[in-house]
Ligand binder design. Structure first.
Ligand code: FE
Length: 285
């Protein structure tokens, strides 16, 4: 295997939302997107006190892409206009295909508001191709024990989507996205085959990595050259990494807030449809 080399490191920029610690490595000043990966918010890590107000993400719409939410610490209560309602705890994942459109609320569970606690959540936006932008909305919430884990030499892969060393992830996305959360013990290393032409998404959540000889600290998105058929990672200390890959869409991206489409006209239509109530409403308890 011939490992890909680092093109550029993109440190996450701090952009807190009220009392919610937030860092965003994508998009950034030097990177609009990593086609088809559009956006990553890293909330926390932080500790909320008892009697807190929790996450600020009340009902809001999406159309044209997918939101993938990794709950590292704390919990996340999801409710949407498609009738999905679940509370996912630490180690779990929520994979929502917004497609033609829905409204959802992403809030802290009642127990967290009462007792407080640790919170760390990642949310990744994955674009959909034109042919799937109006696909029916879908939501899958998985708890930690529903996600298979592969272990090899100090590296653990929580396999979420796609095939990893023969292990199939429990999520079957509408496009060929492979996604895993990797955990490294100090000094451990792994190489993952990635076919040339695919876009790699690699974000260092915690710890520090060496990628093809380059050092990548925590809170850094690592952009790779398409110059090999593998991604080789080594951890200098305990590390957590979000790692995935997918074929690029090579389509125009027109984004407006929570809508990501191919043309201006489609954005205007999305706003109209949402305002006309076509996305439905979130049933609040
Ligand atoms: Fe959302």
């Amino acid at each position: 295997m011939n490992p890909r080399s680092v093109r550029r490191l993109h440190p996450a920029l701090r952009d807190d939302i009220g009392d919610l610690t937030t860092r965003r490595p994508l998009p950034g000043p030097d990177l609009e997107q990593l086609d088809p990966f559009l956006f990553l918010n890293h909330h926390g890590p932080q500790t909320y006190p008892p009697g807190n107000r929790g996450l600020p993400f009340g009902p809001h719409p999406h159309r044209g892409f997918e939101t993938v939410t990794f709950i590292l610490e704390g919990g996340l209560a999801h409710r949407d206009s498609g009738g999905h309602d679940s509370v996912i705890g630490a180690g779990g994942v929520q994979w929502m295909t917004a497609g033609s459109g829905l409204v959802h609320a992403e809030l802290s569970p009642a127990s967290f508001l009462r007792a407080g606690g640790r919170l760390e959540i990642l949310q990744l936006w994955v674009n959909l191709p034109a042919r799937l932008k109006m696909t029916p909305p879908r939501y899958v919430g998985l708890q930690q024990d529903e996600i298979p884990r592969l272990h090899a030499g100090g590296v653990t892969a929580a396999v979420i989507a796609g095939g990893w060393s023969g292990q199939q992830g429990p999520i079957a996305p509408p496009t060929d996205v492979q996604m895993a959360v990797l955990t490294f013990t100090p000094g451990s290393q792994a190489a993952f085959p990635v076919a040339p032409g695919r876009t790699v998404f690699l974000y260092v959540v915690r710890g520090a990595l060496s990628v093809g000889g380059s050092a990548a600290p925590a809170f850094t998105l690592v952009e790779l050259h398409d110059d090999g058929d593998a991604v080789a990672l080594r951890a200098e200390r305990d590390a957590v990494v979000l790692f995935g890959h997918a074929p690029p869409l090579h389509e125009p991206v027109v984004a407006h807030g929570p809508f990501v489409m191919n043309t201006r006209e489609e954005i205007v239509q999305a706003v109209r449809d949402y305002q006309a109530g076509k996305f439905g409403t979130v049933p609040m308890p």
